[in-house]
Design a binder for this molecule. Sequence first.
Ligand code: HEM
Length: 538
Amino acid sequence: GPQSTERGLDKQQNLDAARNDPAGHHLTTDQGVRVAQTDDSLRAGDRGPTLLEDFHAREKITRFDHERIPERVVHARGAGAYGRFRVYESMADVTRADFLQDPELETPVFVRFSTVAGSRGSADTVRDVRGFATKFYTRQGNYDLVGNNFPVFFIQDGIKFPDFVHSVKPEPNNEMPQAASAHDTFWDFVSLQPEAMHTVMWLMSDRAIPRSYRMMQGFGVHTFRFVNAAGQGTFVKFHWRPLLGVHSLVWDEAQKCAGKDPDFNRRDLWTAIENGQYPEWELGVQLVSEDDEHAFDFDLLDATKIIPEEQVPVRPIGRMVLDRNPDNFFAETEQIAFHTANVVPGIDFTNDPLLQARNFSYLDTQLIRLGGPNFAQLPVNRPVARVTNNQRDGYGQQDIHVGQANYTPNSLNPGGCPVTASPDAGAFVHYTETVSGRTIRERSPSFQDFYSQATLFWNSMADWEREHIVAAFRFELGKCEHRHVRERAVDRINEIDHDLAVAVARGIGVDEPTAATTNHGRSSPALSMANLAGDSVR
Ligand code: HEM
């Protein structure tokens, strides 16, 4: 059963079996044979050839040759830590998620922060989105909240993700540049795919150069669904708020840090935890009843939109503290596998087409990245909940499954086969949503407003924040060599705000646009992103 202490579940105890501390032990081969000499290979004669029978030398070099695995296809560079989460009060009215019922229960977590575009060895302080992925090791199985530090995303449908990432990654002919938003392919794509413009505004803002992972918000981005014991659903958006406040670098600092200490954000997280300055986040939720699904002037299933906090306030529901660095970067931070489809009873999906694609993509990529189907058995991924099923074999199988029969139903194993559970016994049951309609590919008309919230974001900025945004557009777009792409990007910015577009145009050598004729201002002018843009400081 689940491993627990009086404080709650103990993931550390669960990891102990895998810890390998060399202190006080002899050097051995992988077979446990003690090694007498590891500095010279076995040779025939003083100056003769190396002998094949030197199994230690061969094993040592072979193991070295196989040390690398593919880096993540996105979010390759990151840093992570263990911690704990505790809910403030029972959330039973909206969700039956076990880890959200009892304020006395501590749930262990692992969080990985990351940049998106750069490769594993790239610098921390680049202009980019940051990943904020949390694995909750709950009594009812692992729940992964795989979020970012922006509340919105560049595309509405996951089928565009390969295109988007190809445009963001270094260009295919010469693998330049590392910087995600400073090249032609990025601006070409986002200006042709204007649903990206809201998130582009966030990317050009100070939010894209966080001073510290400890000072970043996190967002689930999609609208998810809470489900309570009665089977009733409630839409939910997740927010992490750092107790240290939201702080950014300025661009000049970011560039200097990238040169002088490419590990700037990593080191900050590691050192704070080593020094006992444990970073904390409050988990908040925006809850929307199913009756209000269509009460907004945007679609809740559209991941390029926020729900303004004036319309739905964020309710704080719990707190997370990160208090333990990993022992081994590769084993833990690199091999952890997050997946949006890792949900527990009480948390379910919506039909957000970006989320639906993610629910396919993560497991698929991990099957290749982590070398086969058994990566859930790796120490960092292993649930504290008991795992019992008839899934078998495969590369890297760690479990010794006992019994004659591995199918269901069966009557041959003593005690019978593992039995399915009722929802009362903690079984996951998919939400019984009613769906209807024809099979179509056309994007829903409710997804067609690309600019209102980009304008809302711009209107919510203080003067100094606007100056930073203009400077960022000029710097990044200024690296774009194709004039027609720069012009098209300015046209898109002009749909957001004319003054902004003029200011950008002046800095990148294209003609100033005339005022846009379309009026996208569908959102109420009373709304702002003040809460969200909140306590960000200079
Ligand atoms: C990795 C967030 C959209 C595919 C990640 C990671 C985060 C993240 C935080 C890093 C996980 C880690 O630390 O190991 C998001 C968010 C999205 C989004 C917030 C939009 C709201 C997508 C989409 C797809 C996708 C649409 C594909 C259709 C991937 C893949 C990885 C990844 C393949 C690498 C996973 C691995 O190798 O373990 N994403 N992502 N993501 N994401 Fe996303």
